[in-house]
Ligand binder design. Structure first.
Ligand code: NAD
Length: 317
């Protein structure tokens, strides 16, 4: 990785891509950002619009609309291109359409000589990440999906509200597929270092009921459909999640984020990408963290991985 110039190549300048770009600019995450889209006019317009905010930012970021050849010296290629989820459409239904788009994109990125880290947001994100890994031939640790990073942020926000505590002091994860089979391993959910289950069992100490806590899981699972019904698409939350992962990589942070990573024996699963807490640094996924799941949670995790594996295997790439 080039330590002097932190460069991000963004493919797909739609709502998700540009919310991410806007977060990068406001948080001064990189030094150079190239915007690439099938719709070149859109990418050029987005670059102009962002550049006009530079005078008000603390960043001196170089932002321009470019070509795939501009990926050559990028540290990260972020893939947000594709078609957005329609109301009522499952993420897995998007698969076939987006798989086709990715075969041309990944090939074009590789043709530049790109040798960085792929970060994928396009849905269904776990499978699109596995497709990217398979098409690129990269070491799986250098191919990362946004996974359940956003779902985990939603969970922490909602639990923070219930327990009337800063969501940054909630340590709980959504794991598995970014989609219908995702779940919360409640045995691993903590407020500071105290298990949430214990707090709920202690009537004198808990501002909410266990039923209210459990209901949060469905609220998280259905959040995207809710937002899509209300405003057509979701983009700010995922933009912030992608910026968080990007910072972990560019700043070599060793931060824990629930990204989509290839499992290589962890949790008894192999050769499938799923959302799990991982240590992220300049090499991508440094390590998948193995949580101490109970028997029921392990079963749920296997079921989620089974859904993902089946969908990936059904594809003809
Ligand atoms: P959008 O329609 O606003 O933007 C998609 C962009 O991709 C468009 O600018 C389009 O021109 C571009 N594009 C299409 N085909 C291309 C190609 N072959 N090469 C280059 N660019 C191409 O959609 P959006 O709302 O930005 O959503 C993008 C993706 O992100 C969708 O798949 C959506 O489901 C997904 N998403 C993921 C999460 C998550 O948590 N991972 C959250 C929200 C949305």
């Amino acid at each position: 990785m080039n330590q002097d110039l932190r460069k991000v190549a963004l493919v797909g300048t739609g709502m998700v891509g540009m919310s991410y770009a806007y977060a990068l600019l406001n948080q001064n995450v990189c030094d150079e950002l190239v915007l690439i889209d099938l719709n070149k006019e859109r990418a050029a317009g987005e670059a102009m619009d962002l550049n006009h905010g530079l005078a008000f930012s603390t960043s001196a970021m170089k932002i321009y609309a470019g070509e795939y050849s501009d990926c050559a010296d990028a540290d990260i290629a972020v893939l947000c291109a594709g078609v957005a989820q329609k109301p009522g459409e499952s993420r897995l239904e998007l698969l076939q359409r987006n798989a086709k788009v990715f075969s041309s994109i990944v090939q074009a990125v590789l043709s530049s000589g790109f040798d960085g880290i792929f970060l994928v947001a396009t849905n269904p994100v776990d499978i699109m990440t596995q497709i990217t890994c398979s098409l690129s031939g990269f070491d799986p640790r250098r191919v990362v999906g946004s996974g359940t990073a956003l779902d985990t942020a939603r969970l922490r926000y909602l639990l923070g509200g219930l327990f009337e505590v800063d969501s940054r002091n909630i340590h709980a994860y959504v794991i598995g597929e970014h989609g219908d089979s995702e779940f919360v391993p409640w045995s691993q959910a903590m407020l500071a270092t105290r298990p949430i289950i214990d707090i709920c069992n202690d009537l004198s100490d808990c501002p909410c009921t266990w039923e209210q806590v459990r209901a949060v899981e469905d609220e998280v699972r259905n959040a995207a459909q809710h937002i899509i019904r209300a405003k057509g698409a979701t983009y700010y939350g995922i933009g912030m999640s992608l910026a968080r992962i990007t910072k972990s990589i560019l700043n070599n942070e060793n931060s824990v984020v629930t990204v989509s990573a290839m499992l290589l024996g962890e949790y008894g699963e192999k050769n499938v990408f799923a959302g799990v807490p991982c240590i992220i640094n300049r090499n991508g996924v440094k390590r998948v963290l193995s949580l101490s799941l109970n028997e029921q949670e392990i079963e749920q995790f296997h079921a989620s991985c089974h859904t993902l594996r089946t969908s990936f295997e059904e594809l003809s790439l």
